[in-house]
Design a protein around this ligand. Structure first.
Ligand code: SGN
Ligand code: CA
Length: 532
């Protein structure tokens, strides 16, 4: 910076602009869908190795306490680009949300400040993206095989290949053709690792020899937690985790609640690839029905029987473990491709000498359950889905390395990128810039509590509406709408949130204090419950 300033007077105007731009870092923002810290080795206790993601953390920083504001795709993305909680950016849920693209967003502000802005991959905010010089976006959730991309002229084009590779190819291609005299922000938004975890064919056999150890609370019976008792995201239920769509136990002609969607996704493969796909999963399916003939009996012409006496059937322990292993293996395969492709992007930036001047962010739209509480999916304010992975490789001038323990939230990304780009952060943004943390400055008063709010109910997975506050030790949650249930957790004593101590007299003082904290956050973020 100093050197650039001293030579500036000697430069022409155009060269001055270039020099100035070189001081403004590029930003490569990589975001996955449903990737969780339990499946990322730099977070420790991981079920798999992710060497390329780990490289970002090893060369940069890892946020140990990174949270979302609303654990669902569209809402998370809206929080991220606006720097505001859902009730302020208006996109509260996937079901009915249409993002108001006329509002202020971080990409728009960066664009106005001379950044090139590009978005490749999942968008999920329904309305046409605004604030991007270039975009190519997946339709809705997107497809793993030969995905379709919506182009800027509104047409749709199919790209051949595996989605994670294709998104990366397009991101690299965009960087190759960008205006090299201006800084840029590139949003690389993967479909991986979203349901239904269809692997790249080259990884079909990966992780097949691995037996995953289910978490200690896999058999949670949700005692004392009313909303948890009523969710529909349980691995042991083939209503919730579909035996065909999710677990891929399919023999020709079989039907289930989601088998149509499954076949439509697989049939996107070309004929040769389809054969390879079926050769692999047929043998797994045959083996499954050989081991569990009682499951075959439940396969009726109308589809797999998933209810009995009006209740969702809970599979026995052996079938449930089979489902869990299938889930973990397929999720790991999909994540392996992701890790490879993050490596490709890092290599590209290195080969083009861009590392010194580029902020590389890796995060997900939220965390995910890998069997904790017996679940998959997200939504709840419990730890696994309130958390989201966040690692960054920092440009020159940002000296912090290693773990960062401060509580951060996805509303912080927008102010952070703006400040790094030298753009004034608008006062109505609710997030905090992470720049002081990234510079390794002593921050006297960082936030000591976060606010969370989930709105999508009634909807798939049946997670009730709820909001709450989390401090470094405690969490208070209120489930509302067609339920009125409070929960309180002592995360130090009960890190896996098995004991709701809301009514425990020993916690009366904590309960009162947490209510006070919640009220303070509602005031700070201007939440008007009656209006939601
Ligand atoms: C789809 C999935 C759900 C998932 C939501 C939201 N069902 O509806 O399992 O919870 O997306 O996910 S599926 O049958 O379409 O796979 S999100 O990440 O986009 O918010
Ligand atoms: Ca998601």
């Amino acid at each position: 910076m100093k050197r650039a300033l001293t030579v500036l007077p000697l430069l022409t105007l155009a060269a001055q602009a270039v020099a100035q731009n070189q001081q403004r870092p590029n930003i490569v923002y990589i975001m996955t869908d449903d990737h969780t810290a339990q499946m990322m080795s730099c977070y420790g206790n991981s079920y798999m190795q992710t060497p390329n993601l780990d490289r970002i953390a090893q060369e940069g920083v890892l946020f140990r306490n990174s949270y979302v504001a609303n654990s669902l795709s569209g809402p998370s993305r809206a929080c991220m680009i606006t720097g505001k909680h859902s009730h302020k950016n208006g996109f509260t849920n996937n079901e009915h949300g249409v993002f108001d693209g006329s509002q202020q967003t971080m990409p728009k502000l960066l664009q106005a400040a001379g950044y090139q802005t590009a978005l490749i991959g999942k968008w999920h905010l329904v309305s046409t993206p605004t604030g991007f010089d270039y975009y190519e976006i997946l339709r809705g959730q997107g497809e793993y095989y030969n995905p379709d991309f919506i182009q800027m002229d509104g047409s749709t084009k199919r790209s051949e290949g595996y989605c994670t590779d294709v998104v990366t190819d397009k991101a690299i291609d965009w960087m190759d053709h960008r205006d090299k005299e201006k800084p840029f922000i590139l949003f690389v938004h993967h479909k991986a690792c979203h349901r239904d975890w269809l692997p790249d064919l080259k990884y079909l056999r990966a992780y097949e020899d691995q037996t995953f150890q289910a978490p200690a609370n896999f058999n949670d019976n949700w005692e004392g937690r009313l909303a948890a008792q009523q969710q529909e995201m349980t691995i042991a239920s083939s209503h919730d985790m579909d035996l065909i769509y999710d677990n891929k136990a399919y023999l020709p002609g079989d039907k289930s609640r989601l088998s149509g969607t499954y076949l439509a996704y697989v049939n996107r493969l070309g004929q040769k690839d389809r054969q390879a796909y079926w050769a692999f999963y047929d043998s797994i399916s045959c083996d499954f029905y050989r081991r569990f003939p009682e499951m075959r009996e439940r396969m009726t012409p109308q589809g797999l029987q998933i209810q009995k006496d009006g209740k969702r059937i809970v599979e026995n322990a052996a079938v449930t473990d089979w489902k869990y292993q299938r889930y973990m293996r397929d999720y790991a395969k999909v994540t392996k491709s992701l890790d490879d492709n993050v490596g490709r992007l890092l290599d590209y930036l290195k080969e083009h000498n861009m590392l010194e001047n580029t902020l590389i962010v890796y995060t997900s739209d939220q965390g995910f359950y890998m069997g904790e509480h017996g679940w998959f999916d997200k939504r709840f304010m419990y730890e696994e889905s309130l958390n989201t992975p966040l690692v960054m490789r920092l440009p020159d001038g940002y000296g912090r390395r290693g773990e960062i323990a401060e509580m951060v939230q996805n509303i912080d990304y927008a102010p952070t990128f703006l400040e790094m780009a030298g753009v004034k952060v608008p006062s109505d943004m609710q997030g905090e810039s992470l720049v002081p943390l990234l510079k390794g400055q002593k921050v006297k008063k960082w936030r000591d509590a976060i606010y969370y709010h989930f709105y999508e109910y009634p909807a798939e997975h049946a997670v009730k509406r709820h909001y709450g506050v989390r401090t470094d030790r405690y969490k208070l949650i209120h489930f509302y709408d067609d339920i009125d249930a409070w929960e309180l957790y002592d995360l130090k004593e009960d890190p896996t949130e098995m004991h709701n101590v809301y009514d425990d007299p020993a916690y009366a003082k904590v309960q009162k204090d947490m209510h006070r904290r919640l009220k303070a956050l509602e005031k700070k973020y201007d939440v008007e419950m009656g209006k939601l």
